[in-house]
Structures are given as C-alpha cells and as structure tokens.
Ligand binder design. Structure first.
Ligand code: ZN
Length: 393
C-alpha cells in the first residue's frame, strides 16, 4: 500500500475521533455518531483492503448524514483523493471545488483544498490551472508550502520552463541539497542546450558553468562543454574537460571515449589519451575504453599485439561489443572463404548488439538505446546510465 494511503488512513482516523467527539457532545445526535462510527470504520477497513470503490461509497454515506458540517472537511479531502486514485479526476475536481466554495472554510483549510485541486488538475493535464493554484499556496507561510513547491516544480518540468524551475528548485534547496543540486544542474544544461541550438556559444558556456556550480559532478555539463571546446577546435581544453568525467561518475566514462579519440586524431597524437584510457581500464573497465586502447596498440605495435590484447581483455571481461571489435580487426587481415565465414559471424554479432538496449535507469529499470538525462519512465534526473556487462559496455 502506498505511503500516502496510510497517511490518508491516519487523517481519516483523526477526523473520526474529532467528528465523534463533537457529535457525542450533543445528545440528539447520538444516532448520527453511531452511523458515522460504523461507516468510517467500514470505510477504513475497505481502504486497508485496497477496495477503493467500496471505501468511496462508505465515505459518501457518512457525508450524507453530516452534510454541511466543517467536521466533514477531512472526509471530503479523502473522498476527492480516492476519486483521483480511481482515475475519476472529474469527480475529484467536483468534490474539491465544492469544498473550496464553502464560505465556512478557514484560510489554512482553503490552502489545503487548493493543493488537492492542483493535484487533480495536474492529473488531468490542466497545467495552467494547477500552476495558478500552486503559486498561491507556495507564496503562503503554511507548512504545505513545500508540497506546493514540489508540485510546481513538476509543472515547470512538464512545461520545460527551465528558468521558473530553477527559481522553484532554489527555494527547495535547504533540506534537499543533493537532489535539488542535481536537478538545478540539469535545468541549467537544458538552457545551455537551447543556447547551443541557437548557436549562442557564450550563453551556453555560462549555463554550463552554472550547472557545474550547482553540481560539480555534473557529467552532462562536462560532456557538453567538451563538445563545445571540440567544435571550437580547442582540442586540449576538450580533452581536459572530458577527462573530468573520471572524477564525476565512472559509469559515464564510455560516453567520453568517441570524442576523446577524435581529439587525439585532430591533434595527430593518438597516444595522448593512453594514460587516461589505462587509468579507466583499471578503475572501470569498459569495452569502449578497451577497444580505444587496442586501436592505439595496433597503431604502435601492429595487429598481432592488438589482437592479443583484446583476447586477454575478453577472457577477463567477456562482452559482445569486444567480440565484435576482435572480429572486425581479424576481418581486415583475411581474404577468401575465411573472410566470408567471419563476415557471417560479424553480421550475426552486430545484429545481436543492435537488438540490445544501451542505457538503463538505475532507479526504475527503464532501458533504451538513447541516453535520456531525465528518465522517461520514473522522471528522475541523471539515473539513466550506460549498461555494463556482456551485453553492454
Ligand atoms: Zn527511471
């Protein structure tokens, strides 16, 4: 059972106590108290058994007997949430809107209803309406202000309103340093990406610096800065920036290799990255690193040494991509029918590799061939990483 359901139960239980206490004070209303008590406990029982529909019916019945009293506030909030949970957003909105229209509502209660209504609007995809309500709640000094800011952040992420998302995440920083800094760095990278699309390199650099200020381990910022330096033909700076990923997150080293190899090629100094590659092979062996090293060994010591190096590495760490690299290297040295046979094997291995995902989210397990900085499934930032092992890096 999700945590919020347990929270609802608690809230509903408190509401029962309060309601019964109030009701029992009036002798005439003893029967109502009896009905309420029965209905509430029945409703709670349904909730505990995950029987949302039955719980809704029971709560509606309890509302019938005390239709307009303030004590029913928590019940109505719970009821609206239950409708939302059942996917009946329209009804959830009706319940919460009805509650908001009550003149007897206190200020704090009205803020809570606005928050619930904003949740409904978010579920219905009515982002503008949700935003308007959440802005109001987040400007209040109420304890639910931070809940509103979290939802507002969700709205701005969906709308890709990055400057506004930065403004909100800044307010959420105290107490949530790590997760907020990761998000703030990604929002800055999103802005840098927009600048790059408009070829505004100066602005892009500034946003990427900002990203690294928020999170010095922002791999994304280093990869983007490295690519900018490369485009600007600042090859040494590109190499230095990309190699920073080693300190930031070892899991992304394989992402730096293709551009680092190009840097070596442009500089005419392929071996300039050998130190980095050897360090990576020791700390975080990956097929990309191994094949880049093998290529450099081939350049300096010939095919045989390179082949031997790949075989040694594959024995230690078998991988499909490594095997494919080995086959490709052999293919260049063969002729005739042996070459044809090996080509068949090469095609087969290549097909198997193409059928496999390349990246996987470490939070929810979502996998695909593209590197998403925000997981399309669980919406977490920076959790989708290159897959390692036989079928990956
Ligand atoms: Zn995910």
């Amino acid at each position: 059972m999700p945590e919020w359901v347990l929270l609802l139960l608690l809230v509903a239980a408190i509401a029962i106590g309060y309601t019964l206490g109030r009701i029992e004070r009036g002798k005439k209303r003893n029967k109502i108290a009896g009905d309420l008590s029965q209905n509430y406990f029945l409703g709670l029982n349904y909730l505990l058994n995950d029987q949302t529909d039955e719980a809704i019916d029971t709560f509606v019945r309890s509302l019938d007997v005390t239709s307009d009293s303030v004590e029913t506030f928590e019940t109505r909030i719970t009821l609206g949430r239950l409708y939302g949970r059942r996917g009946d957003v329209e009804r959830a909105i009706q319940v919460h809107q009805g509650l908001l229209a009550k003149p007897s509502l206190e200020y704090k209660q009205s803020l809570r209803v606005q928050l619930e209504l904003a949740r409904d609007y978010l579920s219905a995809g009515l982002l503008d309406r949700a935003e308007a309500l959440l802005r109001d709640v987040s400007r209040s000094e109420s304890e639910i202000k931070y809940e509103a800011l979290e939802l507002l952040l969700d709205v701005y992420q969906q709308e890709k309103e990055w400057p506004k998302a930065i403004e909100v995440a800044e307010q959420l920083l105290p107490g949530n340093e790590a997760s907020c800094r990761t998000k703030l760095a990604h929002y800055s990278c999103e802005l840098a990406q927009r600048s790059l699309e408009r070829r505004e390199y100066h602005d892009a650099r500034e946003f990427l610096k900002q990203a690294l200020n928020y999170d010095r381990n922002s791999v994304r910022a280093s990869l983007m800065l490295g690519a900018i330096e490369f485009d600007k033909e600042h090859y040494k700076a590109a190499s230095k920036t990309l190699q920073r990923v080693f300190q930031q997150d070892l899991a992304f080293i394989s992402e730096t290799i293709p551009l680092l190899v190009k840097v070596g090629s442009r500089l005419g100094r392929f071996h300039s990255i050998d130190g980095y590659l050897n360090k990576c092979l020791k700390e975080q062996p990956s097929t990309a690193v191994m094949l880049a090293l093998a290529e450099n060994i081939r350049r300096s010591d010939g095919d045989e040494r390179a082949n031997r190096f790949i075989v040694q590495q594959l024995v230690r760490r078998p991988s499909l991509k490594g095997l494919y690299g080995l086959i490709e290297m052999h293919l260049e040295q063969l002729e005739g029918s042996s070459k044809e046979n090996l080509e068949l094997l090469s095609n087969l291995v290549s097909r198997v590799i193409r059928s496999k995902p390349v990246y996987r989210c470490i939070q929810c397990g979502f996998s695909g061939k593209e590197l998403y900085w925000q997981c399309p499934s669980c919406k977490e930032w920076g959790c989708v990483k290159p897959i390692r092992g036989i079928e990956g890096q």
